[in-house]
Design a protein around this ligand. Sequence first.
Ligand code: UD1
Ligand code: CA
Length: 470
Amino acid sequence: MRFAIVIMAAGKGTRLKSKRPKVLHQIGGKALLEHVIHAATQIVPPQDVYVVVGHQAGAVQAAVASTGVKFVTQTEQRGTGHAIQTAQQAVAGYEHIIVLSGDVPLLQPKTIAQLRDFHLAERAAMTVLTAAPDQPHGYGRVVRRSPSSAEVIAIVEQRALTPEQESIREINSGIYAFATKPLFQLINELTTSNTHGEYYLTDMASILVKEGERVVAIEAENATEVLGANTIVEMSELDKAIRLSAAHRLMAEGVTIYRPDTTVIDSDVHVGPDTIIEPFVQLLGNTHIGEDCRIRSYSVIENSTLANHVLVRQGCVITESHVQTGALLGPYAHIRPGSEIGEEAHVGNFVETKKVRLGKGSKANHLSYLGDAEIGSGVNIGAGAITCNYDGVNKHRTLIEDGVFIGSDSTLVAPIVIGRGSYVAAGSCITEDVPADALALGRARQTTKVDWAKSRRSQIQAVKEVEKSR
Ligand code: UD1
Ligand code: CA
C-alpha cells in the first residue's frame, strides 16, 4: 500500500494581488507551504512527498528545499487537474496518492490519516475530504448520491452551481486520496469546458463515477482545518486561528495569557507554566520562555531564550538573545542579537545591547548603548554610559571586569579594558585601559567663577538703563 503525497503549489494566487507566490505567504510565522509539508511528512517520508511548483518555482523550491521533499514542475498552470497530470510520471508507481493543496495550511496529520484509512476501507478510486463550514461560498460543493450515502457523484465549482446546489453546505476541501490506476487511466478525459478554461481535478469525481468507479467523501471533524487561503483577508483569518490555537496550547500547559486575541504567538514557541503574558505581546520564531516569567504589554520577543523568573517590562524588543534567571528588562529595552543577559541582571529604559555579555547582578538601568562588550558580574553602568565600539571601519571590544562602577555619561572608546573593581568618573571619555581598583577620570577639571552670574546680571541691567535714558 505505498502512498505518495502530492502537494499542488504551482498557482500564482491571483486573488492575493501580491508579487509573492501564494504558498510563500506566511501565517503563524511560517509559509503556507511549510505548514502543508510539515503535515505531509508526518504521514509519509519526505522522499514520497511531491510538490508541484510553477509560478516562481525557483523561489518556492528554495524556500522548502531543506525539508527533503521532491519537486515536479508545472511550467504552465492550467488548473488543478493539469497539476496532477504533470505529476503523473513521478507518482504513477505508487498504488495511491493523497493530494493536498499548498493553500490549505491548517490541515492536521490526524485528518490526513483519517482520509487515507477511509479511502482504503472503502476501496474507493477517489475519496474527497469535505467539510461544512459556516461560509461555504466560494468553494466547490460535493454532490452525494443521497444525503446519507458515502458516495459522491460530482463536485461542482461555485460558479457552476445550480440554484438548488447553492444550498449544499458540504464543500470540497481540495484534499483527496486517489487510487493511481483508475486516476491515470481516466485523467486525460478532463476538459477545459468551464468558466476558467482550466483542467479541474474536481471533475475526476464525475468522470470516475461514469466509468463505474467508486468515489466517496469523508467529512473533516474540524471544518477550520480545511479552510483555504485565497485572499489576504482569508490569510489573516487563518493566521488568527493558528495563533489562537498556539495560545490555547500554551494555556493548556499552565501559561496565563490575559488577552489571547491580541497576542501573536508563532507555532514553535515554548513557554513554561505560571508565566504571565500580558495583552499585545508578540512571541516569534524559535522562542523559549521559562517558568514564572512575566512579559508585559507591547514586548516583541523573537528567536530568544528566557530562563525562569524573568520580568520583561513594557515595550521591550528582544531578538536572538539569551536572558538568564531573575533578570529584569525594560521598560523599553532593546536587546539586539547576541546579547547574553546574566542572572538577576537589570537592563532598564532606553538601553540598547548588542553582542554583549552582561554578568550576574550587573545593572545598566538608563539610557545606554552597550555593544561588543564583555561585562562581568556586579557591574554598575551609569545612566547614559556608552561603549564606542565602531571606529567607522571596524568594531572593537570592550571588557569591563567584575565589580566595576562606570559613572554616568561616560564614553568607553574600544578596544579597552576596565579592570576589576575600578571606578570611572561620571562624564569621562576613557581611551586608555584602566587597571584594577583604580579611579579613572577623563574630563576637563571644573572651574567655578564666584559671583560671575551676579556680575553678568548687573552688567545687563546697566546696559538696559542706558538704552532707556536715551
Ligand atoms: C479548489 C477546488 C475547489 C475547492 C477549493 C478548496 C478545483 C477546480 N477547485 O479551488 O473545489 O473547494 O480548492 O480550497 O480544484 N494549483 C496548481 N496548478 C494549477 C492550479 C492550481 O498547482 O494549475 C494549486 C494552487 O497553487 C493551489 C491549489 O492548486 O495551491 C488550489 O488551487 P486554487 O486555484 O486555489 O483552487 P480553488 O479555486 O481554491
Ligand atoms: Ca484555493
